[in-house]
Design a protein around this ligand. Structure first.
Ligand SMILES: C[S@@+](CC[C@H](N)C(=O)[O-])C[C@H]1O[C@@H](n2cnc3c(N)ncnc32)[C@H](O)[C@@H]1O
Length: 176
């Protein structure tokens, strides 16, 4: 029920979203910090990882990953206001050397060097992104999604936390 409500809010409010350079496919709704922490735990983020948050909002996922694990992290967001907020967040948390934010369309940006990808988008956006995730990410790369699944690609873990759902997938070896 809560997932349905979240989905309805994301879709409905999106219809009224401000128009920056290119209209976002989904509005900014932040992931609660305890869910961010759980997503990083479930993905087993650690030394040497390279994290991308596709649709990074105020940058809380890349900033938390850099601060807690000392890893490099990139946030991609299409909305310039979000990029400004994310850069300020990185400055406040002293992680500007590890984190970068790019104002780009997540469907066009390059992310093949990631070892962890985080998402909080919408079900249809996850499904639209899925072929690129499978084709371009290295086998073994972990993908964690807050709230929304990947359609027919079944998750290897599904964790509930305070009414939120977190999904985990690992990119499989490519068939030769
Ligand atoms: C639901 S918010 C999630 C923010 C952050 N990842 C978090 O979990 O707190 C989705 C974000 O995706 C961004 N976004 C929407 N469409 C996008 C696109 N095509 N390319 C890049 N960013 C996009 C929005 O501006 C928004 O900040």
């Amino acid at each position: 029920m809560r997932a349905l409500l979240t989905l309805a809010v994301l879709v409905a409010t999106n219809a009224c979203a401000q128009s920056p350079t290119q209209r976002p496919d989904v509005i900014f709704v932040p992931t609660p910090q305890e869910v961010v922490d759980k997503m990083l735990e479930i993905a087993k983020v650690g030394k040497g990882d390279v994290l991308y948050d596709l649709g990074s909002g105020d940058g809380r996922i890349p900033v938390t990953a850099a601060k807690r694990f000392g890893i490099r992290a990139t946030g991609i967001d299409i909305d310039p206001q979000r990029i400004e907020e994310a850069n300020e967040n990185a400055r406040k948390n002293g992680v500007t050397k590890l984190v970068q934010f790019k104002q780009e369309d997540l469907f066009k940006t390059k992310f093949s060097d990631a070892t962890v990808v985080t998402l909080y988008l919408l079900p249809d956006l996850n499904v639209k992104l899925r072929p690129r995730l499978l084709a371009e990410l290295k086998p073994g790369t972990r993908i964690v999604s807050h709230q929304f699944d990947m359609g027919t690609w079944k998750p290897e873990r599904k964790v509930e936390l305070n009414g939120r759902t977190i999904y985990l997938w690992t990119v499989p070896a490519r068939k030769s």
